[in-house]
Design a protein around this ligand. Structure first.
Ligand SMILES: Cc1cc2nc3c(=O)[nH]c(=O)nc-3n(C[C@H](O)[C@H](O)[C@H](O)COP(=O)(O)OP(=O)(O)OC[C@H]3O[C@@H](n4cnc5c(N)ncnc54)[C@H](O)[C@@H]3O)c2cc1C
Length: 460
C-alpha cells in the first residue's frame, strides 16, 4: 500500500523525534520509521545506560574508599551485577518507552516499525508499505565497527550493544580500543570487580586529546590497576581452552593478554549500507557517511541527513543540534548552520573530562599567538574537600582578540564546569568576562577566573 506524507523521518535517534514533533506541529503529515528500539543508540546502548552503570561503578568505588572519609562499612563491599543491570534497564527502559509513547500519541504523526529503504528519491519502503514524501530526513545513526582482525572468527566478542545484556561479572575483560567507549567500560568493570586489560594500537590513550590529557588519564586508570597495552600494532586473537588470548605485539611468540571476555571498542560506522541510498542517488563518502552541506542537506534536493550518519558529529548533542538546525531553516526562516557550533563533549571516566573548542595542539598548529593557563586539581579546594584531586584544568586564549579558543577540565565536576567556558565562547566575549565574574565558593568553577589570572604565553 502506498501512502503519501509531507515528510518521512527514518530513525528515532536523537534528531528524528524532535524533528517529527516540529514538522507535525507545523501542520505537516509526518511518518517516522524505527526498525528496532525507540530512542536509538543513546537511549538503549549508549549514553543513558552507560552513564547509569558509571554511577553504579562510582558508588562501588566510593564504598571501597569509605574509610578515607571516616566511614566504616562492615562486612565488605560487593557488587550485584544483576541489580546493576536491572537499574540500568529501568532508567534506559523508561526513556525508550517515553520516546515510543510520545511518538505514537503525536498528532499528525504515523509510526512505522520496520526497516526503511529508499526506492527512489521520494519513496521509501517499510516491509510491504510504500511511503512517499517531498521531504525525507535520514537519522539512522551508527553501530560498532568490527574490523577484520586476525582470529576474530575464532573467539566470541562483545560490542557496546551486547555489553548491555551482561548481568554477571566477566572475570578478566579484554578491551580493544583505548578511546572514549573503551575507557568508560574499562574503568566501570574494573570498579565492579573484573580484571581489565585495555589494548590500544596507538602510542597513547584517547589520542585525539592533548598529550598531557592522555598522560593524566593513563595515570588515573593505572592507579585503579587497569592493565594498559599501548602500541599494539598486530592485534590477533586465538582461543586457549576457555580463554581468549589477544596477541599485542608484532614479534612471534609475542607478549599476549588473556581473558574470559573480549569487548571491541574500536570505532563506529554509519548505518547507511542497507538503506537503498543508491536508488535515491544520495552520495556518501568513503566511510559510508552521508555527505551534507552546512545546513544538513544531501546532494539530492528534499533529502536531509542528521546525527551520527552524516559524520558531522558523534554525540547526542550534535545529533539534537542537527535537528534544531534543520527545523530553524525549514520552519523558522532562521539560517542556522553546523559551522556555528563549537566542538564540546565529555569523557565519562571518573573524574570526567569536559572539553570545549580547540585542543592546545590544534592551537599550536594554527600558528596563532595564544596564552595558556593550567591548574592541577590538587589546587582546587572543592576537589580537595571531596578527596578527588586527580586531573587538571587548562584553557587557551587568543592573545590578540582575548577570546577563548579551547579548554579541558579533567577532574571532578569537569563535565559541568566546562559549560561556563563554553557559553562565553559562544558569546564571543573576551576571557576577562569570566575572569571578573564572581563564582560560587566552593566549586570547581571558582578556580576558572583564578586560572585566567595566571595566563602565560603559549610557546610555539
Ligand atoms: C557506548 C556509547 C556511549 C556513548 N555515550 C555518549 C555520551 O555520554 N554522550 C554523548 O553525547 N554521546 C554518547 N554516545 C554517542 C550517542 O549515543 C550518539 O551520538 C547518539 O545516539 C546520536 O545518534 P543518532 O541520532 O545519530 O542516531 P541513533 O541514536 O543511533 O539512532 C538511529 C536510529 O535509527 C534506527 N535505524 C537505523 N537504520 C534504520 C532503517 N533503515 N530503518 C529504520 N530505522 C533505522 C536505529 O534502529 C536507531 O534507533 C555514546 C555512544 C556509545 C556507543
Amino acid at each position: 500500500m502506498t501512502r503519501q506524507f509531507d515528510a518521512i523521518v527514518i530513525g528515532t535517534g536523537q534528531a528524528g523525534p524532535f524533528l517529527a514533533k516540529s514538522l507535525a506541529a507545523a501542520g505537516m503529515k509526518v511518518a517516522i520509521v524505527e526498525r528496532k528500539l525507540f530512542g536509538g543508540t543513546c537511549v538503549n546502548t549508549g549514553c543513558i545506560p552507560t552513564k547509569t552503570m558509571v554511577a553504579s561503578a562510582y558508588a562501588a568505588h566510593l564504598a571501597h574508599r569509605a574509610a578515607d572519609f571516616g566511614v566504616a562499612i562492615d562486612g565488605g563491599v560487593s557488587v550485584d551485577m544483576r541489580r546493576v543491570k536491572a537499574r540500568k534497564d529501568a532508567v534506559s527502559g523508561a526513556s525508550r518507552t517515553g520516546v515510543e509513547t510520545w511518538l505514537k500519541q503525536m498528532a499528525n504523526c504515523t509510526v512505522y516499525e520496520g526497516h526503511a529503504r529508499f526506492e527512489s528519491p521520494r519513496e521509501v519502503s517499510v516491509g510491504d508499505d510504500r511511503l512517499t514524501a517531498e521531504r525525507i530526513f535520514i537519522n539512522v545513526g551508527g553501530r560498532a565497527t568490527v574490523p577484520p582482525m586476525p582470529g576474530l572468527d575464532q573467539v566470541e566478542y562483545l560490542t557496546n550493544s551486547s555489553m548491555m545484556d551482561i548481568d554477571f561479572l566477566p572475570r578478566r575483560l579484554i578491551i580493544v580500543g583505548g578511546s572514549y567507549i573503551g575507557l568508560e567500560f574499562g574503568q566501570m568493570f574494573r570498579r565492579f570487580g573484573s580484571q581489565v586489560s585495555i589494548i590500544e594500537m596507538g602510542p597513547r590513550l584517547i589520542a585525539r586529546e592533548d598529550e598531557d590529557v592522555s598522560a593524566a588519564i593513563l595515570e588515573i586508570v593505572k592507579a585503579e590497576d587497569i592493565d594498559i597495552r599501548l602500541n599494539a600494532k598486530c592485534i590477533a586473537f586465538s582461543r586457549r581452552g576457555e580463554e581468549i588470548v589477544a596477541q599485542v605485539d608484532c614479534g612471534s611468540g609475542a607478549p599476549e593478554v588473556s581473558g574470559t571476555h573480549l569487548l571491541l571498542a574500536v570505532g563506529r560506522r554509519p548505518n547507511t549500507d542497507d538503506l537503498g541510498l543508491e536508488k535515491a542517488g544520495v552520495a556518501v563518502d568513503e566511510w559510508g557517511y552521508i555527505a551534507v552541506d552546512d545546513q544538513l542537506r544531501t546532494n539530492v534536493p528534499g533529502i536531509w541527513a542528521l546525527g551520527d550518519c552524516n559524520g558531522k558529529g558523534a554525540f547526542t548533542h550534535t545529533s539534537y543540534n542537527d535537528s534544531e538546525i534543520v527545523v530553524a531553516n525549514l520552519l523558522n526562516n532562521d539560517p542556522r548552520r553546523v559551522s556555528d557550533r563549537i566542538p564540546a563533549y565529555a569523557l565519562y571516566i571518573d573524574p570526567p573530562l569536559g572539553r570545549a573548542g580547540m585542543t592546545e595542539a590544534e592551537v599550536r598548529k594554527s600558528g596563532r599567538r595564544a596564552l595558556i593557563g593550567k591548574r592541577p586539581m590538587t589546587r582546587v579546594g572543592r576537589a580537595v574537600e571531596k578527596g578527588e584531586t586527580q586531573g587538571f584544568m587548562k584553557i587557551v586564549v587568543d592573545e590578540q582578540t582575548r577570546e577563548i579558543l579551547g579548554a579541558a577540565i579533567l577532574g571532578t565536576g569537569g563535565d559541568e564546569a566546562i559549560h561556563s567556558i563554553l557559553d562565553v565562547m559562544y558569546a564571543k566575549a573576551p576571557y576577562t568576562v569570566i575572569q571578573r565574574a564572581m563564582h560560587i565558593h566552593p566549586t570547581v568553577s571558582e578556580l576558572i577566573p583564578t586560572m585566567l589570572g595566571e595566563l602565560e604565553p603559549l610557546a610555539n
